[in-house]
Design a protein around this ligand. Structure first.
Ligand code: FMN
Length: 346
């Protein structure tokens, strides 16, 4: 309710400063127990996916709370699940600032953060200290200094460490801001990564007596042939879910904007159609063999329903939170619940 009043002030600040200030304010509000008063409750409409029961289908996408330092302050917004990260084995600064830009005329964001994070050990400390009991995804990646040939090692280090604390683990191979990372989405490299992750998941499940699903996060810039190949590999390796999509390298939707040529990934409204198109193709290829978490350009309840109609079981939001505020969670959960009820009746 407060967000429409705060937004003009926040938009006067540099995007990353506004992000940090908003999280600080949320933490203060949470400590003063104001958060319950401020947020419209999400609609409870449970969804089963990846062997988990999500209280509603609307999740927070990775990147907003990279270190898992704000989980308890974000939870009262009503998310059905929260994904933290991307986290890497060792802390790293990310790219030089400025590295996050709003394109308000398009309701878009360009970012080239480069996995700035405090490292997996700090994230785990934060998770152990938080009170949140809902579904927590932990998104893992590789350090910038790790050669791409050794990327598997970084993913396994993170998987080993986060496994006991995660409801699911998201494997990010689609950030455009870590050199050559997207190469891992292809053929032999993807095959090698998935085989290693799956073997380790099985060993960890035996060790901890608990199966934690793995979801792979992919880019919106894949062609139909690549989507088909990825779908086949994910199914063959028994991966539990797929998150589609990350940010796009395309600028066609924002051509001519003064910020359009900033390096990085574009998110928000300009990626919506591209992401939905990919989800539709992916759903056709997967034919129900694993669930899709649809993300990219959701700025309204109708946008969330569009992702479900394309084949997603769950959705996530990031940029929409910047442009619409926390109300978007309730809007999306309400629209999805209505959509699913209508579908069940027909
Ligand atoms: C500033 C920023 C940082 C992000 N950082 C990450 C990240 O660390 N890991 C990741 O998997 N996705 C990251 N993303 C991508 C989002 O999770 C999401 O996939 C993408 O932005 C599309 O959704 P949206 O249009 O709702 O923002 C980031 C996005 C933004 C805008």
């Amino acid at each position: 309710m407060l967000y429409p009043l705060m937004r003009p002030l926040l938009f006067k600040m540099d995007a990353e400063t506004a992000h940090e200030q908003t999280l600080k304010l949320l933490d203060i509000g949470h400590k003063l127990r104001l958060s319950q008063l401020g947020f419209r409750p999400a609609v409870r409409h449970p969804v089963q996916a990846m062997g988990l029961t999500f209280p509603n289908a609307v999740g927070l996408a990775a990147g907003l709370d990279k270190n898992g330092a704000h989980i308890d302050a974000l939870a009262p917004m009503g998310f059905g699940f929260i994904e933290i990260g991307t986290i890497t084995p060792r802390p790293q600064d990310g790219n030089p600032k400025p590295r996050m830009f709003r394109l308000p005329e398009h309701e878009g964001i360009i970012n080239r953060m480069g996995f700035n994070n405090l490292g997996v050990d700090v994230l785990l400390e934060n998770v152990r200290n938080c009170k949140f009991k809902g579904i927590l995804g932990i998104n893992i990646g590789k350090n910038a200094v790790t050669p791409i040939e050794n990327a598997v090692d970084d993913y396994l280090i993170c998987l080993d460490k986060v496994y006991p604390c995660a409801s699911y683990v998201a494997v990010n191979i689609s950030s455009p801001n870590t050199k050559n990372l997207r190469q891992l989405q292809q053929g032999d490299e993807l095959e090698k990564l998935l085989a290693a992750l799956k073997a380790r998941q099985q060993a960890l499940a035996d060790q901890h007596g608990r199966y934690v699903p793995l979801a792979v996060k992919i880019a919106p810039d894949l062609d139909d042939e690549q989507v088909a190949a990825i779908a086949q590999l994910l199914t063959r390796h028994g991966i539990d879910g797929v998150i589609a999509t990350n940010t796009t390298l395309s600028r066609s939707e924002v051509a001519g904007h003064p910020r359009a040529e900033e390096a990085g990934g574009l998110s928000g409204a300009p990626v919506r159609e591209r992401s939905t198109r990919l989800i539709r193709k992916l759903a056709k290829e997967l034919d129900g063999s694993l669930p899709i978490i649809g993300v990219g350009g959701i700025l309204s309840g109708a946008d969330a329903v569009e992702k479900l109609e394309a084949g997603a079981a769950l959705v996530q939001i990031y940029s929409g939170m910047v442009y619409r505020g926390p109300e978007l969670v309730a809007d999306c959960s309400q629209a999805i619940a209505r959509h699913l009820q209508t579908k069940a009746r027909n």
